[in-house]
Design a protein around this ligand. Structure first.
Ligand SMILES: C[S@@+](CC[C@H](N)C(=O)[O-])C[C@H]1O[C@@H](n2cnc3c(N)ncnc32)[C@H](O)[C@@H]1O
Length: 253
């Protein structure tokens, strides 16, 4: 894109403001309007300079949320009156964030746009939870999956997801635990496969619950999350206990 962007799709990362990129921070500081989605943490919203107009437009499971076409229309309308707009999104704009649709809409309407990547929840939560997503001998691939697998027709990829030697990271997966557990078990995953459920990863409210695939639905039913939850499934989850213990013993020494 050659012309100066009027709209910049900015990834805000998983919540901790320290995980914003320098480019994201600069875009926020130079914006005239910030259109932000519901996942953006209060600590990051606090970085928007006073006097900059803020518009909340986002989507949140189980809560009233803006329609995608309305969000796109607002971005175009603001750009057409010459505003420098930041479209601020949780994590990375192009990972389950509808950033692709928004970029395409802007392109189709002739609005110059830019994209600033953010740390996606999988990377932020894994680091914060001490779960290496790949590990020699345990996991040679990572698959990012949406929990809304049946949208757009029957999902036929369960056997690929059940292949050994990989880590699965389910976004929006908590509400689908009762689907994910039996489908992976039927495809041959062991009931003992470790699972981590990470709520509000990287923030002060982070809460991590570990369980096994065979108990996933029961464990998910006990959680009453007040923030977003990420599900990590794979042998690498078991490394968390060892890595946390190592840190504890270092702290004591
Ligand atoms: C619509 S997706 C947006 C993902 C975002 N674009 C990203 O790259 O992280 C929302 C889902 O991301 C996950 N998520 C986002 N931020 C999270 C966080 N701080 N802790 C745990 N899960 C998070 C949850 O699974 C949530 O339901």
């Amino acid at each position: 894109m050659t012309s100066r962007p009027l709209v910049t799709l900015v990834g805000a990362g998983p919540g901790d403001p320290e995980l914003l990129t320098l480019r994201a921070l600069r875009a926020i500081e130079q914006a005239e309007v910030v259109v932000y989605d519901s996942l953006v943490s209060p600590d990051i919203l606090a970085l928007i300079p006073a006097g900059v107009k803020r518009i909340e437009m986002g989507k949140r499971c189980g809560k009233a949320s803006a329609r995608q076409e309305d969000i796109c229309a607002v971005l175009v309308r603001l750009a057409r009156i010459g505003k420098r707009v930041v479209r601020l999104k949780g994590g990375d704009p192009f990972i389950f964030g509808r950033g692709g649709e928004e970029a395409l809409y802007l392109r189709q309407h002739g609005i110059p746009f830019g994209v600033v990547p953010g740390i996606t929840a999988a990377l932020g939560c894994a680091a914060s939870g001490l779960i290496p997503l790949t590990y020699r001998g345990l996991s040679r691939a990572v698959t990012l999956v949406t929990g809304h697998l049946q949208q757009g027709g029957e999902f036929r990829g369960w056997s690929a997801l059940a292949q050994a030697g990989q880590t699965l990271v389910f976004y929006m997966g908590l509400e689908q635990a009762a689907v994910i557990q039996p489908r992976l078990l039927v495809e041959g995953c062991p009931a003992s496969l470790p699972v981590a459920l990470i709520e509000s990863g990287t923030t002060a409210a982070q809460r991590i619950t570990t369980t096994e695939l065979g108990r996933l639905t029961a464990t998910a039913a006990t959680l009453k999350p007040s923030g977003p939850v990420l599900m990590i499934i794979g042998e690498v989850v078991a490394l968390r206990a060892e890595l946390s213990a190592t840190l504890d013993s270092l702290a004591v020494a």
